[in-house]
Design a protein around this ligand. Structure first.
Ligand code: SF4
Ligand code: SF4
Ligand code: SF4
Length: 309
């Protein structure tokens, strides 16, 4: 079924200033997506933090994070900087570029979908992801990777993600990306007017634009979000091309660039880059090609700078 959420570029907005860290979203994610939790006695050890589990795992796609923030307020010297940790659905999704089977795919509405049927559990996506998101999910047959799917099955039926619909204080919103950016910016302005000078919207530009945007009340660092995240060096062809010398290096870099951005796994499986590209969506191809051109320009510049020295 083609619903409005499949036709337009969508995004989720998480507002840390409204979140009460009740974890209703974390539970809703488990329930809707039928993700098990260990139920045995003392299987979940107390870690000394409300953050539980401590990190994402094969059956946990979303966790609420509990960071503390010092303030200048004498009555309330420490405040919570609640955060949300899950896939960010990047426009330049490193995970999708390295996935050798096309199990991770950048859809036209911006969501990075997962097709578990063709995942081979190689974990290249985990190594490439700048946010360390995908997690290994051991099954009896082939191990798989799991991560947030933006509740793809709900979007297909015109319904908002499960985590969004459960949030009582209105900390989660879902709709067109344009609207979410507008809403996020309005909220940041409001917070700034209330003295939260570092309030900001995270995700408008990061990794080409994220589809999970976050209003960070105390700034992104307070929530443990990286500044200017980049594809891991594993997928950065400029790193690999650097040892090569001379003008030929630029051509070599082009080949490496396409191979690496396309999919490291394809080279290991001795399949051609062209074959890899056939499995990409139009969007993946466009972003991949742009990245190659950008990196080649950088390499050419480095080359001419070196020669003019
Ligand atoms: S349901 Fe809403 S308020 Fe509760 S933890 Fe999730 S985002 Fe925060
Ligand atoms: S956050 Fe990581 S797993 Fe999610 S789309 Fe971006 S690169 Fe892929
Ligand atoms: S969008 Fe769906 S899969 Fe993603 S965190 Fe929310 S409930 Fe979980």
């Amino acid at each position: 079924m083609t619903t409005k959420f499949m036709k337009e570029e969508v995004a989720m907005l998480y507002d840390s200033s409204k979140c009460t860290a009740c974890k209703g979203c974390q539970v809703a994610c488990k329930q809707w997506n039928v993700l098990y939790s260990p139920l045995g006695l003392n299987e979940n050890k107390f870690t000394g933090s409300y953050q539980a589990p401590k990190d994402l795992n094969g059956s946990t796609r979303l966790i609420m994070t509990f960071e503390e923030k010092k303030t200048d307020n004498k009555i309330r010297p420490v405040e919570w900087a609640f955060g949300r940790r899950s896939c960010h659905h990047c426009t330049e999704a490193a995970c999708a570029f390295v996935c050798p089977t096309g199990a991770l795919k950048i859809e036209s509405n911006g969501v990075v979908s997962v097709n578990k049927d063709i995942c081979i559990g190689c974990e290249y996506c985990r190594m490439a992801c700048p946010f360390d998101v995908p997690r290994y999910y051991a099954t009896e047959e082939t191990p798989k990777i799991d991560k947030c799917t933006m509740c793809w099955d709900r979007l297909e039926n015109g319904r908002k993600p499960a985590c969004v619909t459960t949030c009582q204080p209105g900390a989660l919103h879902f709709g067109s990306r344009e609207e979410m950016i507008k809403l996020g910016k309005q909220r940041v302005e409001f917070l700034k007017s209330r003295g939260y000078d570092k309030a900001e919207l995270y995700g408008e530009k990061e990794m080409g634009g994220l589809h999970i945007l976050q209003v960070c009340k105390f700034g992104h660092e307070a929530q443990g979000l990286p500044t200017d995240p980049k594809m891991s060096t594993m997928v950065s062809m400029s790193q690999l091309a650097r040892p090569a010398a001379g003008l030929a290096a630029v051509a070599t870099a082009g080949g490496l660039a396409i191979s690496l951005i396309a999919a490291i796994g394809y080279r290991r499986k001795k399949l051609s880059v062209e074959e890899a590209r056939k499995t990409w969506s139009d969007r993946q191809r466009k972003v991949g090609d742009e990245l190659v051109v950008e990196e080649l320009d950088k390499l050419k510049k480095e080359q001419s700078d070196q020669e003019s020295k």
